[in-house]
Design a protein around this ligand. Structure first.
Ligand SMILES: *Cc1c(COP(=O)(O)O)cnc(C)c1O
Length: 406
């Protein structure tokens, strides 16, 4: 049986991610392959490290890529940083805080947490009090949690952690390249991302940055410098990081001048990640953050003009994804289906306590554009009317454009 060539519909992806990739990124990914030790290839790796430092707001030497989706970098960070017996404090304000806990549970780490209700964030004083009370060795947080659309303020977190002798980890998957990520100013140790949100690439490569002090801790867990030898295993001097693929010490040995072999670098994904960063830095990060802020303000204003309620605390909203309450009597899934079938637009559903209660509209990366927001809102207005929800024709689009231009 011979199936047809891949020819997907030109769907506009306005959910919480993935989003449509920038055409330059897709073009970069069609370039010819190289071996992972080819000097051209290792040259591209050095460029990737240099390109992602400003994207992360850091001077960290160890700024590189994990091959895998964003979750791969989350898991690599936690499995490599957290030593047996380390208590980990998780700042939990949504679905992805829960993911941090789930991964830590697999590692066997004692977990303590501070928990904000969905739609809110944790005040830094409450985090400080929890650090004081529990004396964690590692503190882990999400920056922007797409499940609730909230962005946790992180200024001051690094200081609190260092004074308490703790390391810090931040999942910035959903905000990297769309909101300011100030790794060095926040003073946090490891920050990870993904391409398929504000960086406007496909999923499958996860940028990461690691402070020198965290790298030192991770390298100290390395069992042998030159790869695995029979004698080491026989002596019981075996590996101390409970994953081979996600052993950051081994991955960093490949990204260092040692170029020690680990897995085969996903070179095509590296081309894509490199182009994502080039596009972002070419636009300029401040301009890019401003564009995402306009998109978020535009969706929020349009929803309110249509008489819809926006979920969550206005003061801590992510700029790139907005949750809108499904109005009483409207079938949320029927709306999503019509959006897809009549307009080729995908909007997002929700998880956990918000399942069936909100839609999530994302405008990120290549899709955080005025016309794409206006088209999505115009389509939503038409679909809502078709589903029996009375909204004044044109009110949403007018508000979206006014907020964008305002
Ligand atoms: C989307 C998202 C992820 C996604 O991880 P993948 O492995 O790329 O699916 C992780 N964390 C946050 C906060 C996200 O919003």
């Amino acid at each position: 049986m011979l199936f047809g060539e891949i020819d997907p519909p030109q769907r506009l992806l306005m959910g919480p991610g993935p989003v449509n990739a920038h055409p330059r990124v897709l073009r970069a990914m069609s370039a010819d392959l190289l071996g992972q030790f080819d000097p051209e290839m290792t040259g591209y790796m050095e460029q990737v490290m240099a390109l992602y430092r400003p994207v992360f707001g850091t001077d960290n030497r160890w700024t590189f890529l994990i091959d895998g989706t964003a979750r791969a970098a989350i898991e690599a960070s936690l499995v490599s940083l957290v030593e047996p017996g380390d208590t980990v404090l998780v700042i939990d304000f949504g679905r992805f805080g829960l993911l941090l806990k789930e991964i830590l549970q697999r590692i066997g780490a004692p977990i303590v947490s501070v928990e904000a209700p969905w739609g809110q964030v944790m005040p830094m004083e409450a985090i400080a009090a929890a650090i004081e009370r529990h004396g964690p060795r590692v503190v882990a947080s999400v920056h922007g949690d797409t499940s609730t659309t909230m962005a946790q303020p992180l200024a001051g977190l690094g200081d609190l952690c260092r004074r308490a002798g703790a390391y810090s980890y931040v999942d910035a998957t959903a905000t990297l390249g769309g909101m300011a990520i100030d790794t060095d100013a926040w003073g946090v140790d490891i920050v990870t991302g993904g391409l398929q949100k504000c960086l406007g690439g496909p999923s499958g490569s996860a940028p990461i940055t690691v402070s020198d002090r965290a790298a030192e801790r991770i390298f100290a867990r390395r069992h042998v410098e030159q790869g695995i030898r029979r004698a080491d295993i026989a002596d019981g001097r075996g590996p101390r990081i409970a994953s081979n693929y996600f052993d950051l010490a081994m991955v960093m040995d490949y990204w260092s001048e040692k170029r020690l072999n680990h897995h085969t670098e996903a070179t095509t994904m590296l081309y894509g990640a490199r182009e994502c960063a080039r596009v972002a830095l070419g636009e300029g990060l401040p301009a890019r953050f401003e564009r995402h802020a306009r998109a978020g303000a535009s969706v929020t204003a349009a929803a309110r003009a249509m008489g819809l309620r926006v979920f969550g605390d206005d003061a801590h909203r992510m700029t790139n994804v907005t949750a809108i309450h499904i109005p009483e009597g409207v079938d949320g899934e029927a709306v999503r289906r019509r959006m897809r079938e009549d307009f080729e637009i995908e909007i997002g559903t929700a998880f956990g306590p918000l399942a069936g209660k909100v839609w999530r509209i994302g405008a990120m990366g290549y899709n955080a554009m005025k016309h794409k927001v206006a088209l999505t809102i115009g389509a939503l207005e038409a679909v809502l009317r078709a589903e029996g929800y009375a909204t004044p024709p044109g009110a949403g689009v007018d508000a979206a454009l006014a907020a964008w231009n305002g």
